[in-house]
Design a protein. Structure first.
Length: 126
């Protein structure tokens, strides 16, 4: 279960499901842009990856998000959440966010996130 706080930091203990983001506009801070390397494990980020500010996932960090459909590194992004990567053997789900109007099939999402998700069992929730 993930926690969405909106813009109210005083509600830091309110939790909602990640799937509540589905179909909604989401703003992301990209802290691991396309082409960067993971600070701990060293693998290369093949897509822009970041987090939704003012949220909290079960791991105590902000909710993570992949930003697909843009082939250059960015610092921030705004788009529509089209899916959730739900890890079956970890409590750190990630949103899949794309520019408005872009459609991506599940197979393409799986290939795009495999560089990081290969270490986990996961399913794509839409």
């Amino acid at each position: 279960m993930l926690e969405y706080l909106g813009n109210n930091l005083s509600n830091h203990n309110m939790r909602t499901e990640a799937k509540e983001f589905l179909g909604k506009e989401v703003e992301i801070i990209i802290d691991r842009p396309l082409g960067s390397t993971h600070p701990k494990h060293g693998f290369l980020y093949l897509v822009n990856y970041g987090y939704v500010p003012n949220t909290m996932a079960p791991d105590g960090e902000e909710i993570d998000a992949y930003f697909l459909g843009v082939d250059e590194p960015v610092k921030t992004a705004k788009g529509i959440c089209i899916a959730v990567i739900h890890r079956l053997n970890d409590d750190d789900d990630s949103l899949v966010v794309v520019p408005e109007g872009l459609e991506i099939k599940d197979e393409e999402i799986g290939r795009a996130v495999e560089f990081q998700e290969q270490f986990f069992k996961f399913k794509i929730i839409k």
